[in-house]
Design a protein around this ligand. Structure first.
Ligand SMILES: [Zn+2]
Length: 271
């Protein structure tokens, strides 16, 4: 029997047997794993000492767990709130944003594979959402950072077509890289069999500000001052890259977009 203690973010809870909960956790040192919180749904004499409130919501908790093997189903032995976040679960748009972040983890992370960078990113996103920060901004930055932290490309230094480092005017979701205006030209404003030619290449215009934003993915004052349309483009770039990587759209994206009043599908800008 192995025992350990670790920081954890509880992603999902489902009733398990008569009185228990099955928790899907993302732990700092153990990655994604499942743990059973025995007896937490019981009442009266059979109730256990595990704090059920600590398992609800979006707190960073410290859990103790035991398991027969490194990748076996864990049993929760203790739980304590380390960093509370009480507001997020009462903010409808923030909740939908948290769903998007969670789906990215489930889709792109392998169970039991730790990734402290991704752990800290999720905490960063939950902190922002919990303090009432704009969910579109949080997710725009969070997605880009997640794509990089998960080891997928997100190159912003040179053109995917010719390699030059100037006149970088578009971002290609297909390549996960910026494209210069000359290399993009053949795909902009043309139609193939009546459809916009850039559709297959998912080229996003970067305007004056977005190239810098894509490079640093930092929440600066300049970022804060960006028009909402630019923040929406940053979010759409992240989603388009994730679709490209995962070969399917995220289920949590349409409800989030709808709540924000964004277009239900990517409307590509005319050249
Ligand atoms: Zn080029």
């Amino acid at each position: 029997m192995m025992r350990c203690s670790d920081e954890a973010l509880v992603l999902r809870r489902t009733p398990f047997r008569e009185t228990s909960l099955l928790l899907h956790c993302f732990t700092r040192q153990g990655g994604l794993l499942a743990a059973v919180a025995r007896g937490v749904r019981a009442t009266g004499r059979s109730a256990v000492l595990l704090d059920r409130a600590a398992l609800a919501g979006f707190h960073t908790v410290v859990i103790g767990r035991s398991a027969r093997s490194a990748q076996g189903l864990s049993t929760l032995t203790s739980v304590e709130i380390m960093h509370p976040r009480h507001r997020l679960m009462h903010l409808a748009t923030a909740l939908l944003a948290a769903q998007v972040a969670q789906e990215i983890l489930y889709r792109f992370m392998v169970p039991f594979e730790p990734n402290p960078n991704v752990f800290e990113l999720l905490e960063w996103a939950w902190n922002g959402l919990d303090t009432g920060a704009d969910p579109l901004s949080v997710m725009g930055i969070c997605q880009g950072r997640l794509i990089r932290a998960l080891g997928y490309g997100w190159r912003t230094d040179c053109c995917a077509g010719c390699g030059i480092t100037a006149r970088l005017a578009y971002f290609s979701a297909k390549r996960g890289q910026v494209v210069c205006d000359r290399c993009a030209a053949p795909y902009i404003g043309q139609t193939i069999h009546g459809h916009p030619a850039q559709a297959g290449h998912r080229l996003f215009p970067l305007g004056n500000h977005l190239h810098g934003v894509l490079q640093h993915l930092e929440w600066t004052e300049d970022f804060d001052r960006l028009p909402r349309t630019d923040k929406a483009v940053l979010y759409r770039i992240g989603q388009a890259c994730l679709v490209q990587l995962g070969k399917a759209p995220l289920l949590s994206d349409p409800p989030f977009r709808q709540m924000l009043g964004l277009h239900p599908v990517d409307s590509l800008l005319p050249a």
